[in-house]
Design a protein around this ligand. Structure first.
Ligand SMILES: Nc1ncnc2c1ncn2[C@@H]1O[C@H](COP(=O)(O)OP(=O)(O)OP(=O)(O)O)[C@@H](O)[C@H]1O
Ligand SMILES: [Mg+2]
Length: 348
């Protein structure tokens, strides 16, 4: 039995309030900082509070499945990563809520266009149109149309309330900016017709913080912090989308043993360590101390340059991120969310 992130009524209420702020969360950030991992953890966390979750992958890659202990890439058709279930067995009180489901799917421009055409009575010709490469043709003529097709589909999912929480695992930062600014770009360019109305709907979605927010993911390191600060300002200025808390992934745990030398550690453990081992322990200790200092500097700089809440989650020393690791990240997220919602308690 997996442990559950939300086991008390208070935790459930915190999580529901947190996820209730906006139906669509777009998880964005620099390549490789942990967007997919964080998306999986947020999905698991929201479902543990009884909310139904739909995750949207834009690149059809694996990672999300692995985090949920499953295999194979996602598809345009929904798959179930976690079934809605009974209350967790290890719940601390009987108020625990049954888990919500986590479903996942991809959205590609081609599939979104096919569906759009089918919805508008053009289903029979659409397959043939696709075979002629119409999307590439149109995409060449109208910049941003691919992004509008995808975001239009996200908007439709949000409008139809297909889940309590919709998580979008966004492409890496540079592309996310283009992706999210495509709608306002098209709105300026198109004078009328279905493309314009689709773009206008997407602009409305992005401009309403109760419907959509961007959650930026970063690492406590210099380059990722620089990039996330730039991205945050660009998203607010160019897209006008609201930003949720920054998720700082890969935080090293604070290093309590920093003052203990290798020789002292050996003596405390009653071990006769060779000179090589003592040296290796001292090297490791120095590495951790340097890493800790750099991390603290970067976290402080991030807080100073971006007036956004931070949710910090640990670096996990594991070969792959599977369900057990996602549980651990959920615990850290839940603790951070609790602190955000009850700051006085945390300070006392
Ligand atoms: N907190 C963590 N602790 C340890 N490893 C992690 C952590 N978060 C992510 N990773 C690992 O780092 C790698 C990158 O993570 P992930 O795929 O989530 O990043 P991404 O931002 O989605 O990348 P991309 O831009 O390629 O889509 C993966 O191998 C993942 O397992
Ligand atoms: Mg990814």
């Amino acid at each position: 039995v997996q442990s559950e992130a939300a086991t008390t009524l208070e935790e459930v209420m915190d999580l529901r309030a947190f996820f209730g702020q906006s139906r669509v969360l777009i998880v964005a950030g620099k390549g490789g900082v942990g967007k997919t991992t964080v998306t999986a953890a947020l999905a698991h966390l929201a479902s543990s509070a009884g909310l139904s979750v739909l995750v949207i992958e834009l690149e059809g890659r694996e990672g999300l499945n692995v985090a949920f202990g499953q295999e194979g890439p996602l598809d345009y058709a929904e798959s179930v990563l976690r079934a809605a279930g009974a209350a967790p067995e290890d719940a601390e009180d009987d108020s625990a809520v049954p888990a919500g489901s986590v479903r996942a799917r991809t959205i590609t421009p081609d599939d979104a266009l096919l569906e759009y055409l089918a919805d508008h009575g053009l289903g029979r010709v659409s397959k043939r149109l696709m075979a002629t490469g119409i999307v590439d043709l149109v995409a060449g003529a109208i910049p941003g149309i691919r992004d509008i097709l995808v975001l239009g589909k996200v908007k439709q999912i949000e409008r139809n309330r297909l889940a309590d929480v919709v998580l979008v695992d966004a492409p890496a930062t540079g592309h996310t900016l283009t992706f999210l600014s495509s709608a306002s770009g098209l709105l300026d360019a198109a004078r009328g017709g279905p493309i314009r109305s689709q773009a206008a709907d997407v602009v409305d979605l992005l401009a309403d913080p109760a419907r959509c927010q961007v959650v930026l993911v970063t690492l406590p390191e210099e380059m990722p912090v620089n990039e996330v600060v730039d991205a945050a300002f660009a998203l607010e200025d160019r897209v006008g989308v609201a930003l949720g808390p920054i998720i700082v992934n890969g935080c090293f745990p604070s290093f309590a043993a920093g003052e203990t030398s290798g020789a002292q550690a050996g003596a405390q453990a009653g071990l006769a360590l060779s000179a090589d081992v003592v040296r290796a322990l001292d090297d490791a200790r120095r590495f951790r101390l340097v890493r800790q200092r750099l991390q603290e500097e970067q976290l402080a700089r991030l807080a100073q340059q971006l007036p956004l809440d931070q949710l910090r989650i640990p670096y996990l020393f594991a070969p792959t991120i599977g369900p057990a690791e996602i549980d651990e990240l959920c615990d850290a997220l839940a603790a951070g969310i609790h602190e955000l919602r009850h700051p006085a308690e945390a300070a006392s």
